[in-house]
Structures are given as C-alpha cells and as structure tokens.
Design a protein around this ligand. Structure first.
Ligand code: ASP
Length: 668
C-alpha cells in the first residue's frame, strides 16, 4: 500500500487542474472536500465523478481504502456558503470579528457618495448592505475613477480587506466595518431605475408592477416573499407530519363550480373543445378520497374569472385539503391545529381559543359571516323598542339595528354628519342614519328626539349595550341590507378607533352555514358553498318545502374579519348528490354531462369525506400584518386582471387562431 505521502503526491499531480482539492487520509478512508477556491461552475460537471475517476485511476492503489466524496447536493450547499467564485461572503454577514479578512463580495450598488478624495459605495444583496470604501491614498487612480462612475443598481464584484469603520452605523448589522476595495469588477451596468430601490420608494403601484423585478429588490417586497415561503414551508411541515400526502391535480380540466366563471383553454387537438382551469381542485380531491388516499393536501393555484373587487386575484393559491372517514369536528381540529402552529411558528403568538359561532348568530350580531371579533360593538336589534312610535322610517323597516360606538359622544355635529355621508355613499348604500348621544349625566340626545323620549332612548342604550360617553348609530330597512350596511360602518369605525390591531389575532369558526342561497335577481337558489356540500343530517326533506332554511355541514375559519378558509362535509352517495343537483336546477342530463364522473365514482365505494381550503395569499397577508395580498405575490395582476409587466392578456395571431379553429367575434 502507498504511504500517505505518496498518495498525497499522486493525487496532487493527478488533480493539478483542480488545485483546491484537499485530501484527508485515514487508515481506512480517504475523505475529499473542496476548498473555497473551487470554481462553482465546476460543480455542474458532476464533480464526484470527475474526482472519483481521477482517484481510481490505475496508478493509485486504493483497494484497501474507501473514498468518501461529499455528495453533489452537499457540495452545492457548501458552494453556496463558502466555495463560490463570485463571493466569499454575502453583503449582510460581515462583522467586527472579520476585520483583517480578505473577502470577495458581489451585489448591486445601492448608492455611492463621492467626496472627491474618497468614495463610499453601499453594496446590496438579498442579505443586506455592506459599505465599500475607495480612497485616493490606498486606491489606484483607475479604480478610483471606476468607483466614481458607478451608477445605481450596477452589478459589481469587489475584493478587499475588511477594516474597521471610522464612524460606525448602528442601524445596520454590518455597520462596524467597511471593505477597503483592492479589486473592482463591473459585472453589469444598469439603467437608472424608474423609481428608488428603497423601503419607502417614490414609485407608484403601476410603475412598480411594470418593473416588478426592481420592486422585488426592495426590502418590503423581498421580505414578504420570504415570509410567504416560510408560511408555505410550515404548512407543509405540519400537514406532512400529520400524515397528509401532497398530491398534484391537473390544471386542464372541466368546470368545477365554486360560484365564479371559468377561465377556458381551447384544445388544438380536440377541435371546438375547451378545458376549464380549476376554480379549485374540489372534484379531484373528492376522487382521491374515493381512491383511498385518506388525507390529501396541496398548495395549489386556482383560477376564477370574476370581477376583481379590491384585492382579489384571478389566479390565487389555496392550501387545499381533504380527509376520509371524518366528521366536521375532526376537520375543525386538524385545521385549528394548523392555524395554531402557523401563528406560533411564524408570529410567535399562542392562541388558546378558537371560538365557534353559528352563521345565524354571526349575521345577527355582526351583520357579516366573517366577523372581526377583536372588538365588540355587537349589533342590537331595536325593532321592539323603536317601532310603533310615530317615526315612519323605522315603522316601515324590516329591521332597525344599531351599534354603540365607544366614546363616540365626543364626535362633533360635523363629524357625525360626515359619518352619515359615509353610510350614504353608494358603496355602503344606506338612506340615512339615526343617532343618539349617550351623555355623561345619563341623559340622551338623539337626532329623532321628536319621536322618542328619554325612556325610549334608554332602551336603545340597553339593547345596544351603550355606556355613558358612547354614540348609538342606527340603520334600518331591508334586513340583509341594513345588516350589511351597519357591518360596513362597524368595521370603518373600529379602524378609525384603532381597534383592529394587526398584531392581535382573533380566529373564529363560523359553522352551520345555509346550504342554499337565494339569488335575488333570478329567484333561483344556488349552493352557498358548492354543490358537493352535504346538508345537515335529517334536513334533506326540507329542501322541497323550505330550501332556504336547510343548513349545511359547512364551516369557515375567520381571522381578524377575513375568511381565511372554508369547507364542508361532502355528499358521498349518488342519490343525495342527484337530489342536490336537481334543486340547483340541473336536469339529469346536465348533471350527468358535467359531473357524471363523480356520480359514477360514488357508486364504487366512496367513503364519507370532507375537507377545507385556506386561501394562502390572504392568510400570509394577515399573518404578515398587511392589508393587501399583492405584496405577497411575486408577480400579481392588477384590478383589470392584467400583468402589466409582461403585458398579458394579449391578442394572439391569426395563425394561432386558425390552428385552434377559433374565430373572434369582438364586442368592440
Ligand atoms: N373547494 C372549496 C373552495 O375552494 C373548499 C372546500 O370545500 O374544500 O372554497
């Protein structure tokens, strides 16, 4: 056997074009690691193989020893950390302990300050900012000139020595040091960006969306994307540990009704036929249950072609789940666990209680099926105490309903008038608002004193739970409308009063949703959740007589006034599903054509099952304490469904239309 020294020498010789390979020789093994000078490009050429071939060549008798070479992923990880040709460190990691180290950094020029004899450059990458210094005394004249001409967002690489800063910057982690640059490479020049790459930028939403790749360089967007990835990772951890299997379902499918229009895709190979993009993987996940997969989840894109009310996206992401052999309680427990896990891991918040509220109560007390329960201001129904006086507006109303605004008696007349204007805006739609001030001395002063005496107003205060110093705001009219209007007012006032602290988390299960919902315009019922939701046991007969009263095994998880998820126990037998389709207005033929595959599957042993889906974009935004989901989507669309960066949607050319057997019939 060769001596260690001989092996060393032979390997050195054989690997001289890979000078950085270090060899540790032990009795039974030879371990190979790559040092930091190794070119990262080298890794793409399967280093293990190259190195092994070299070492196993005839001249080197290694029979008695095994060669351990770190596997490729490990090397690549290593490479990212240390062995990168472009940089030895990132721009966020150097500290005082690195002083006197030779380093190589790469990144973007955030800004430079040129004092003539000295130039400071802030070099930025994803990890932070490091200050570079060039000065007349220590920097060559050419490099000095190069440094002076660096523009914002130029991509550069520098080599240099870490030195202590004369004036330290306590605001950034690298603020104790700077790099005295000995070598400067301009890797790429950059045009002047159309907005500043700063946390608070001068760029408006439109321009930032057009140049989203520049926007992503800004901390708020970058951090939001990293935050989203963390949430998704924790979702995967939690559900995988709980025995869920992540399974992909197809995107080119047939309509799955979730209450929106489908996006459709023409099929070239099947002339005149179209796929629909999934509004959700609903039918597929049910089929996975019939397939015996038991616990499924998927972080999945869904597509819904609906008018984009503020902060909706035509394509969005769901955490979609389904479980077999479960009842509602099982599902609520699993997803309560998931939400608790996320709040703990991502926000460091421990939540004990996930209260439950009946849908009917949510509507009665908050006028809303997703109440924000971080604050009170519950509705008080005033019909009994406010009707049958001489005030016609209330007498003719289906519902008279009010809330007590804490401390609202301090509002001036002008402020109250502005509030009345606010509820009269078309977006809210109230015809007016009655109010009653609750004075500190226990008396009341209302806008309808003509019709109501102090005793009447005291009853209003009792019903709305108003205290001295509060303001009672009362709306009236059609029950559903008045509730919706007062709900909007409640949320607005709570926002103004600072009662909606994004750092406080108040989850709530809303349960026992109605199965069907009446479409006022058409007079038809449609599924409130979707057509596969099962009615509560024993209520199916009611479908014929009082369809609007049938309750479903359906539930929503609400967080801080936002619906973050919803689901149901499903129908799992063909008979019930057929009755349901009938009530939704499908003929037998239509039901068969659209959902025959599901009905057929139900005849081959479908287990009882149910599930739920969380909206990931919204969930992430709430956990991140933000209002808008766009910040958490790398490439979002605008309110008209456009991606203004790539300019989509866009016309397609005639050849493509012909290939798809399509002719356009444009309205304008
Ligand atoms: N597919 C439903 C939705 O997208 C969720 C579910 O019922 O599981 O809302």
């Amino acid at each position: 056997m060769h001596s260690n020294k001989t092996i060393h020498n032979i390997i050195r010789k054989k690997t001289k074009y890979l000078p950085a390979i270090l060899i540790k020789i032990e009795t039974k093994t030879i371990t190979i690691v790559l040092t930091k000078k190794v070119n990262v490009l080298f890794f793409t050429k399967n280093p293990c193989l190259i190195v092994k071939n070299i070492l196993l060549s005839k001249k080197l008798n290694l029979k008695k020893r095994s060669i351990t070479i770190h596997t490729l992923p490990y090397l690549i990880k290593f490479a990212h950390q240390n062995f990168n040709m472009y940089r030895s460190h990132n721009c966020g990691e150097l500290r005082a302990s690195h002083i006197n180290t030779e380093v190589t950094l790469a990144g973007w020029v955030q800004k430079s300050r040129d004092k003539g004899f000295i130039v400071w450059v802030d070099l930025r990458d994803r990890y932070g900012i490091t200050q570079l210094v060039f000065d007349e005394e220590r920097t060559s004249k050419t490099m000095m000139e190069q440094a002076q001409n660096l523009g914002r967002e130029f991509v550069i690489q520098v080599k240099g020595n870490v030195i202590e800063r004369a004036s330290k910057n306590p605001n950034i982690p690298t603020g104790d040091i700077e790099i005295l640059v000995s070598e400067l490479n301009i890797l790429n020049k950059a045009l002047l960006p159309p907005f500043t790459i700063e946390d608070k930028t001068d760029g408006g939403e439109d321009i930032r969306m057009k140049y989203r790749y520049l926007d992503i360089r800004r901390n708020p967007v970058k951090n939001s994307l990293i935050f989203r990835a963390k949430v998704a990772q924790e979702v995967r951890n939690y559900l995988s540990n709980d025995g869920f299997t992540e399974i992909e379902t197809p995107y080119l499918i047939k309509s799955t009704p979730e209450g929106a229009r489908d996006f459709v895709v023409p099929s070239r190979m099947n002339e005149g036929e179209f796929y629909a993009l999934p509004q959700s993987p609903q039918t597929f996940k049910q089929l996975l249950m019939v397939g015996g997969m038991d616990k499924y989840f998927q972080i999945v894109k869904c597509f819904r072609d609906e008018d984009l009310r503020a902060d909706r996206q035509p394509e969005f992401t769901q955490i979609d789940c389904e479980m077999a052999f479960v009842e509602q309680e099982d599902i609520l427990n699993v997803f309560e666990g998931l939400t608790r896990h996320l709040l703990k891991e991502v926000n460091g918040v421990e939540i004990e209680k996930f209260p439950r509220m009946l849908y009917d109560d949510a509507m009665r007390l908050y006028g809303n099926d997703k109440p924000d329960i971080r604050f009170g201001m519950e509705f008080g129904e005033l019909n009994e105490v406010a009707q049958h006086k001489d005030f016609g507006v209330f007498n003719n109303a289906e519902l008279v309903v009010g809330i007590a605004v804490p401390g609202g008696n301090t509002y001036t007349r002008k402020e109250i008038d502005a509030l009345i204007d606010w509820v009269k805006r078309p977006q809210v739609g109230a015809l007016g608002m009655v109010y009653s001030r609750c004075n500190d001395d226990g008396t009341f002063k209302s806008s309808v004193d003509k019709f109501y005496d102090q005793g009447d107003l005291a009853k209003w205060a009792e019903v709305t739970d108003a205290k001295a110093g509060d303001l009672i705001c009362v709306l009236s009219g059609d029950k559903n409308k008045a509730r919706a209007q007062l709900s909007a007012l409640r949320m607005e006032l709570a926002t103004r009063l600072g009662l909606r602290d994004p750092k406080v988390f108040a989850p709530l299960w809303v349960i026992d949703f109605p199965l069907l919902e009446l479409d006022e315009e058409t007079g038809h019922y449609h599924a409130m959740h979707h057509p596969f939701t099962s009615p509560k046991p024993g209520q199916i007969e009611l479908l014929d007589t009082n369809p609007g009263d049938v309750k479903a095994n359906a539930y929503d998880l609400v967080l801080n006034g936002n619906e973050i998820g919803g689901g149901s126990i499903r129908i799992h037998d063909k008979g019930t599903q057929a009755i349901m389709f009938k009530h939704l207005g499908f003929t037998e033929e239509e039901a068969k054509a659209q959902f025959g595959f599901l009905m057929d599957a139900f005849e081959y042993g479908a287990p009882p099952h149910g599930g739920l889906a969380f909206g990931l974009d919204r969930l992430v935004a709430i956990l991140g304490g933000q209002e808008t989901i766009r910040d958490f989507i790398a490439f979002p669309k605008n309110n008209s469904g456009r991606d203004v960066m790539i300019d989509a949607p866009a016309p397609i050319d005639d050849a493509q239309l012909t290939e798809l057997s399509l002719k356009l019939n444009l309205k304008s």
